[in-house]
Design a protein around this ligand. Structure first.
Ligand SMILES: [Ca+2]
Length: 288
């Protein structure tokens, strides 16, 4: 009886395993098609010359992941920029009158230090450059530079575009502005150095938002999508992507703005952290 029951369970498990493989494959296929349609639509809206470098573009693959841990996050924090360093996060939050720069403890989510931005600024991307933190604002064309350990403001700079996401590749700052093009900026003078157009299978990918530089790749989440793109910094091509659907269920009371928008990397322990605007948790994920 026990054996029969085991066999039954094994058969059921195999069926479940086959079924889940089929579902995973089906979801993957749907996502690829959706992405192509999205990219095509965006491309039609903004006709752009197809760069010669894209002739060899191939369809990127979906990378699967598992959640290995989760940590509390202030559900009132409209997360716009996330950086990991030395056992905790630096976080930039947005919204007028609620924007801030924070130091957050990993395990507890406790806000250890916070400076508020003036009411006219809507905080955006954040990056760490040595012992400095650099924070963007949305439509005010102004960035702020802080001493990392004290949060003392030590500089300001301006830029032409909107400010969305920000990361640092060890040499330059990389900024997104909601378009399909990333701007490299000198990390000291904040002067633009070069532009990188992001394409997937030859098509422009717009609404790039929060950024993180991870092991030689630019990771970008796409505004209002459950997507993280892994971008080759030389070609701008999306090499693969993660589908984060289901990690957080949108809250209608937040008007659906509680979207995926946080990527941070602990280079020392090779840990990847993911979160979003007003999310109650930060997830640690591992690629499979
Ligand atoms: Ca980041």
């Amino acid at each position: 009886m026990a054996r029969k029951s085991e066999k039954h369970q094994n058969t059921a498990a195999k069926k479940n395993s086959k079924l889940s493989l089929f579902i995973t494959a089906a979801i993957g296929a749907i996502i690829v098609v959706t992405l192509v349609v999205m990219a095509t639509r965006e491309d039609q809206k903004t006709p752009v010359e197809k760069p010669a470098a894209d002739k060899g573009a191939t369809m990127p693959e979906q990378v699967s992941y598992e959640v290995v841990a989760s940590y509390p996050h202030d559900p009132k924090a409209f997360l716009q920029g996330l950086v990991f360093h030395d056992g905790g996060f630096y976080e930039s939050t947005g919204q007028f009158g609620r924007s801030s720069l924070r130091r957050v403890e990993l395990q507890s989510g406790k806000v250890l230090k916070k400076v508020d931005l003036a009411d006219e600024y809507f905080g955006e991307g954040l990056a760490m450059v040595g012992d400095r933190l650099v924070q963007l604002t949305w439509q005010t064309h102004r960035g702020f530079v802080y001493e990392r350990d004290t949060f003392r403001k030590i500089g300001e700079f301006t830029y032409q575009s909107e400010g969305w996401g920000l990361c640092y590749d060890g040499k330059n700052l990389i900024m997104s502005d909601g378009s399909d093009t990333l701007t490299y900026m000198d990390a000291t003078t904040f002067e633009p150095v070069k532009k990188l157009r992001v394409t997937m299978n030859g098509r422009a990918m717009r609404n790039l938002n929060e950024l993180e530089f991870i092991e030689g790749e630019i990771w970008a989440n796409v505004w209002h999508e459950d997507l993280i793109l892994r971008i080759n910094p030389e070609s701008g091509r999306v090499s693969s992507f993660l589908n984060l659907r289901g990690l957080h269920n949108p809250d209608v009371s937040e008007g659906g703005e509680d979207v995926l928008n946080g990527i941070a990397y602990d280079a020392a322990q090779k840990r990847i952290f993911i979160s979003g605007k007003l999310w109650p948790k930060i997830f640690e994920i591992k690629l499979k």
